[in-house]
Design a protein around this ligand. Structure first.
Ligand code: AHG
Ligand code: MN
Ligand code: MN
Length: 337
């Protein structure tokens, strides 16, 4: 960590990755290459996202592009681009994606790594020009190299992540990631085609004043969460909800706050996906000094049983997460008499 203090703001992502690799004399450079592959795919997806408005316009002339091909939706495009970059890179044997039902075998049977990805998060915000994102987790395979990755490789608990990150396509594009030694954020400079270190060693405030949830569902929130939201209002906290998890999480990470997606009538296990969304953000928030739970235990300790399993999420500033838990515990205590 001390070494990182010597890596100045403005360092390019490539150089940063190289410097980090040098800190581990036995590192083979494969994880570094994997991160570069993700950065490359991000640049391509960023270009597609910025053109999305024009693509929609073109769509009004018959839903086809100039080659006469059907226009694809951005979440499909993002899925294809990330998978292609990871396949071409060679370090990943298997990709699992929120957009795919099954394991995607890259054919790189000697690849050491598994990547789980939500290629486009906040997809309902695409058409209205609001911030969206990408979320990814990297695991080391547990099966022997030399063959395809297995379901067991993909169903490791979040604590086993070797790296995790997200990309936010907002007023600027940022890539934020951790390899377990702190969290660093890089801002994209499109005219140079480079990411530059802009947010070194992000640490999230211990306490915050922002709460983020879809209050339209409040009637079906657990009693303890409702009581906590009343408390937030008594405290004059600020309510902020974009509806793109990445964007809500990113704001709260930097400013201090809590994001809550509890069980609801429509989503009895919460809406978010443990493997594609919750685990990566949980690793990042913990690395930044915050906390992530499912309302009863640590997200990173949950062993997934299914690729697409959903899970409640309470994530953000440590004291705020602890406070909701206190309200939820009261709910659980049977009243006397
Ligand atoms: P995705 O676009 O990857 O399906 O994820 C959508 C998620 C998440 O980004 C967001 O926070 C949440 O859905 C919003 O859900 P509600 O519309 O129910 O609030
Ligand atoms: Mn998502
Ligand atoms: Mn998605």
């Amino acid at each position: 960590m001390d070494d990182q203090l010597a890596i100045p703001v403005g360092t390019t992502l490539d150089r940063f990755i190289m410097r980090k690799q040098e800190e581990f004399p036995y590192a083979t450079g494969e994880l570094s290459q994997l991160l570069r592959d993700i950065a490359l795919a991000t640049k391509i997806v960023n270009r597609e996202i910025n053109r999305a408005g024009l693509i929609a316009l073109a769509g009004t002339f018959g839903q086809q592009n100039v080659q006469g091909e059907e226009q694809q939706k951005l979440d499909v495009i993002a899925n294809i681009r990330f998978i292609r970059a990871l396949r071409n890179g060679g370090e990943v044997c298997t990709v699992i994606s929120e957009e795919e039902d099954h394991l995607i075998q890259t054919g790189n049977t000697n690849g050491k790594y598994i990547v789980a990805i939500d290629p486009l998060d906040g997809s309902s915000n695409i058409d209205v020009n609001v911030a969206i994102g990408t979320i990814f987790s990297v695991y080391r395979r547990v099966s022997e190299a030399g063959d395809d990755g297995t379901l067991a490789d993909c169903l490791q608990k979040g604590a086993k992540q070797v790296a995790a990150g997200y990309i936010i396509f907002g007023s600027s594009t940022m890539l934020v990631y951790t390899t377990g030694c702190g969290v660093n954020g890089f801002t994209y400079e499109p005219s140079l085609g480079e990411f530059f270190l802009s947010h070194p060693l992000i640490s999230t405030p211990r306490e915050g004043k922002i709460y983020s949830c879809n209050e339209g569902n409040i009637r079906s929130f657990p009693e303890g969460v409702r009581a906590y939201l009343d408390y937030c209002k008594e405290q004059n906290y600020t309510g902020r909800y974009i509806g793109s998890l990445v964007a809500d999480f990113h704001r709260n990470l930097l400013k201090g706050g809590i994001y809550i997606y509890p069980p609801t009538t429509n989503y009895p296990n919460g809406k978010l996906r443990l493997v594609y969304e919750c685990n990566a953000l949980a690793m990042i928030v913990e690395q930044a000094g915050g906390k992530a739970t499912d309302g009863s235990g640590r997200i990173l300790d949950k062993t997934p049983t299914e690729l697409h399993q959903r899970c409640p999420l309470l994530i953000g500033s440590r004291d705020m997460v602890d406070k909701v838990h206190k309200f939820m515990a009261k709910e659980a205590v049977p009243t006397a008499g």
